[in-house]
Design a protein around this ligand. Structure first.
Ligand SMILES: [Zn+2]
Length: 140
């Protein structure tokens, strides 16, 4: 039942020659792939990119990682003071004609504020969750 493990030949870092190695896992950031070396018995890590290029690991693993690490790559939502937004969300501001990512959110004096890092305009504090527009006031 170990069919998912793959044995490949790689340069052993101890013996300085090619040895059979069994893929045992990935580093947390998925930049490295760990193999158990059948030559020296130790574990060796190899760069993910090289393994991918040489076809020694399945392609699907990296794709999944990229999706997980880039959950914010979806289209930005249109900003409105009456809208409600969350940290990490990307918004488009029509007046600034700019796209920004919400880096913090807090509610004070009864209404919410979001701090947005805009691509062109830099950091701005905007209101959200309002029933009337305070946009011009906030943008002063
Ligand atoms: Zn080795």
């Amino acid at each position: 039942m170990q069919k998912s493990l793959r044995v490949v030949e790689l340069e052993c870092k101890e013996l300085k020659n090619k040895q059979k190695m069994t893929r045992i896992g990935y580093s947390d950031d998925r930049e490295m792939v760990w193999f158990r070396c059948q030559g020296c018995g130790m574990n060796h890590a190899f760069p993910f990119a090289t393994m991918m290029r040489d076809g020694l690991i399945p392609q699907s693993k990296k794709k999944k990682t990229e999706n997980n690490s880039e959950p914010l790559s979806t289209a930005p939502v249109e900003y409105s003071p009456s809208g409600v937004y969350q940290v990490g969300q990307r918004i488009h501001h029509a007046v600034l004609n700019d796209i920004g990512k919400i880096i913090s959110e807090n509610t004070a004096n009864g209404h919410g504020k979001i701090v947005v890092a805009f691509e062109k305009s830099g950091k701005k504090i905007l209101v959200h969750g309002l029933t009337t527009s305070l946009e011009e006031y906030v943008n002063q």
